[in-house]
Ligand binder design. Structure first.
Ligand SMILES: Cc1ncc(COP(=O)(O)O)c(C=O)c1O
Length: 509
């Protein structure tokens, strides 16, 4: 392939240079000029051929590696990865995005559907759990967190017998405020309210900006926990079409605002949306912040997965575009640090005082022990190392699960390929009902999350969400293989039933 120096603009931002270098090689990989198994030029060659610095060359290679295009082999350098056995077609955008049809806001009656699925799942012994959006405990910094917790008790022997600090532990809030700068949020520690996970933050935010009967715009499909919260608060959900790549459709939201001028708030997950895994481009974040401000709709930003975004340059919070305190930022450590600590937090914008009151009225301040331990660990460089390792591990797990789906599921299956996180959104062939699959798979100890949980409509009944939070192993592959076989068997059974029905029609006709 052509390895002439890249034509660089006169003064390119060095942060983008690595992307251009990576794109140059990506084009070569995609055109097969660099074939699977080929060795990439060494870092030194890249520096010489493209006249770039060591860090730019390294960043470009890591970027391609994170995207699944290269693999690093110890002491041998980077190689183009073997083509995934079959690359599954991505979910079809056009069927999911239809900005001309704003769906009417609905009372969220999802509780029974979700509760039934959860109850059914609990009744059966489970050998393969692909259903919950969590990681295996060993993927977290088990030892370091244990030590930090013991240290916290030693240094604060009365922490369990003292009253908690109002709104949260100061050292913890300081760490959070400092880290927020990295995603474009300038906040003082006193403006951070520590919560019991992101779900409490969302509950409080909704209570602050709306009341029973009000209409709230949500992504479609959306995290079922949000639909449960809306239902419990008596609010109505207006489902806005959402792209598996770029998140909520701003055009559809604009149309919805024109149709329903009384939408009180929009709840969005800009990074690694659950279940789609989409990431909103910065331009969309800016447009969304502006649109909502113009129309007097609050934005509730749920950033539960921000720290899992593979390319950290895409993880700037929507809150960074907030000019008037219209965005309530909600986040959590439950996916990225430790599910067992149940730590979340929020920044309330112009609803800060009301949120502080609601938090106090609702649950009082959080327990302090976990906050002190988290501050200890997050304040050290070990936290960033942990995050890098976790992102890398999850990327491998998701890729290998997607490969297993490509290998073992029937033709016509489609899947999202998110740039980070643990979730794959799978579209079943021939509109096969994921509820039927859920029930059949559960009989064999395989648990998945059927698409019907993620919308108040039935538009996603033939989708399922698979979580790749467990280390990939022959055991996991066996579970995916069996799941794919069950899909095949259900399709076969259905076609037999259809055949019989046609024959009966012909006979009776
Ligand atoms: C998008 C989203 N928001 C909120 C939550 C709940 O977060 P937490 O466990 O921090 O309360 C989840 C959990 O899966 C989620 O996926």
């Amino acid at each position: 392939m052509d390895r002439t120096p890249l034509s660089m603009s006169p003064s390119p931002a060095s942060s983008l240079l690595y992307r251009r270098l990576a794109d140059h090689y990506l084009a070569a990989i995609q055109s097969k000029a660099l074939a699977p198994g080929n060795r990439m030029p060494s870092v030194r060659d890249l520096m010489r051929q493209h006249q770039v610095s060591l860090s730019t060359a390294l960043q470009a290679l890591r970027h391609l590696e994170q995207g699944g295009w290269l693999e690093a082999r110890p002491r041998s350098g980077y190689f183009v990865r073997q083509a995934r056995r079959q690359v599954l077609p991505l979910n079809d955008e056009s069927s999911l995005l239809n900005p001309t049809v704003p769906m009417p806001a609905q009372y969220v009656g999802i509780h029974e559907r979700v509760s039934e699925v959860i109850a059914q799942g609990r009744k059966h012994p489970v050998t393969f759990d692909f259903s919950s959006a969590t990681c295996a405990p060993e993927l977290y910094a088990v030892e370091a967190l244990k030590n930090a917790s013991i240290r916290a008790l030693r240094r604060h022997p009365t922490v369990l017998t003292s009253m908690m600090s109002h709104n949260g532990n100061q050292a913890f809030r300081q760490v959070l405020a400092k880290r927020s700068l990295g995603i474009g949020i300038k906040v003082v520690p006193e403006e951070i309210i520590v919560t019991h996970g992101c779900i409490e933050a969302i509950n409080l935010a909704l209570r602050a900006v709306a009341q029973a009967g009000d209409m709230i715009a949500v992504e479609s499909p959306t995290y079922y926990g949000l639909l449960q919260v809306l239902e419990s608060l008596g609010m109505r959900a207006l489902e806005i079409p959402t792209s598996p790549r770029t998140g909520i459709s701003i055009e559809a939201l604009q149309l919805a605002v024109e149709t329903y001028p009384d939408i009180k708030a929009v709840v969005v997950v800009p990074h690694l949306q659950n279940p789609l895994g989409s990431i909103m481009p910065d331009a969309h974040k800016a447009r969304l912040a502006e649109l909502c401000e113009q129309h007097g709709m609050a934005v509730i930003e749920d950033d539960s997965y921000g720290d899992l975004v593979a390319d950290t340059t895409s993880a700037t919070a929507l809150k960074a575009w907030d000019r008037s305190g219209n965005v309530i930022y909600c986040a959590s450590l439950n996916k990225v640090l430790a599910p067992g600590m149940r730590l979340g937090w929020m920044i309330g914008g112009r609803w800060q005082a009301r949120l502080e009151m609601l938090k106090f009225a609702h649950t009082r301040a959080n327990e302090e022990w976990a906050q002190i331990a988290a501050a200890d660990f997050m304040g050290s460089s070990a936290y960033d190392r942990h995050l890098r390792r976790l992102r890398e591990t999850l990327r491998g797990q998701c890729e290998r699960t997607a490969e297993a789906i490509a290998t073992h599921f029937p033709a016509g299956t489609r899947v999202s390929m998110p740039q980070g996180g643990t979730l794959l959104w799978v579209e079943l062939p021939q509109q096969l009902s994921s509820k039927t699959l859920f029930e059949a798979a559960l009989q064999e100890g395989i648990k998945v999350a059927p698409g019907l949980m993620f919308s108040n409509s039935h538009r996603f009944d033939h989708f399922l969400r698979l979580c790749c939070g467990q280390p990939f192993s022959p055991h996991i592959e066996q579970g995916i293989k069996r799941l794919g076989e069950i899909v095949g068997e259900l399709l076969h059974k259905r076609s037999k039933v259809d055949e019989t029905a046609v024959k009966q029609l012909v006979v009776s006709g």
